[in-house]
Design a protein around this ligand. Structure first.
Ligand SMILES: Nc1ncnc2c1ncn2[C@@H]1O[C@H](COP(=O)(O)OP(=O)(O)OP(=O)(O)O)[C@@H](O)[C@H]1O
Ligand SMILES: [Mg+2]
Length: 256
């Protein structure tokens, strides 16, 4: 964002996101900055004032060149990491500045994550992998296992619930990861290149699965992707460059 545009945003929002009261937005970020210090005089400004609103119920893609700050942005918006400056609002509540412990609680209950490498525990079966996330969020084991089986059924793996990850294809493993992300019924699921390790056909299948979950359950999806096909399946494409959102994909021209 240009400095002039930043001033306009500041004037418009007066430091506080608008319409947070009506619940239209699930996540709002304002002017997020993040600097990685590499040495005494050596640093990277990964975010330089990233501002974005994500509406409840939408499916949005984030694209941008490698190093433009997409993962950093998603990790901060998802309360996995903290910014140096700026604001994060989740469900109309300001969450930057909360303690690490409070952020863990928010992550476990309100946000689901899907990553490129699936990140399943190799020694646990599909249903155990999904159920474990439910147990972390406070479900009893029996409840968590039942819910895991329901979700695996939903993602088309009803006949694979007892398989361990090495007995599943990449696409099937990513479907387990989707089920795991949904176990706590989060309002939003964030994916950092969730189809990055998958071939074209399987990518389409996985993005189609997320689209179905989005339509049927109203779960919001925010997906970082390098794949234009994945982005085109989403409602809008946010573009980042050099640590800022250069196009929020809403058709509103940036600045005056
Ligand atoms: N832990 C870290 N320590 C130091 N620098 C980092 C760290 N994480 C990210 N960076 C730097 O911050 C910048 C933004 O990185 P980020 O991972 O957010 O980019 P990205 O848009 O997700 O890129 P890609 O498309 O390659 O995944 C890059 O220049 C990167 O080298
Ligand atoms: Mg990345």
């Amino acid at each position: 964002m240009s400095e002039q545009a930043a001033h306009v945003v500041e004037a418009l929002y007066g430091g506080e996101p608008q319409s947070q009261a009506d619940g239209a937005y699930i996540i709002q970020t304002r002017d997020l900055t993040k600097r990685y210090q590499l040495g005494r005089n050596n640093f990277v400004d990964a975010l330089r004032g990233a501002t974005l609103d994500i509406r409840r119920g939408e499916m949005a893609a984030i694209m941008g060149p490698s190093g433009s700050g997409k993962s950093t942005f998603m990790h901060i918006a998802g309360c996995l990491d903290v910014a140096d400056g700026g604001e994060v609002w989740l469900n109309g509540r300001r969450v930057d500045g909360l303690s690490a412990r409070e952020l863990v609680g928010i992550r476990r209950k309100e946000i689901g994550f899907i990553f490129q490498g699936f990140n399943l525990i190799p020694t646990l079966t599909a249903e155990e992998n999904v159920a474990l996330a439910g147990e972390y969020a406070g479900m009893g084991r029996g409840v968590a296992l039942n819910r895991a089986r329901e979700l695996l059924e939903m993602v088309g793996l009803g006949d694979r619930t007892r398989h361990v990850p090495s007995e599943l294809s990449g696409g099937q493993q990513q479907r387990v990861a989707i089920a795991r992300a949904l176990v706590n019924d989060p309002g939003i699921v964030m994916g950092d290149e969730p189809t990055g390790d998958l071939d074209t056909t399987t990518s389409e299948e996985i993005v189609g699965m997320m689209r179905t979950v989005n339509r049927e359950r109203g779960t919001t999806f925010l997906i970082v992707t390098h794949n234009p096909e994945v982005a085109s399946a989403c409602d809008r494409t946010v573009r980042m460059r050099d640590g800022v959102v250069v196009d929020d994909g809403d058709g509103t021209p940036p600045g005056p």
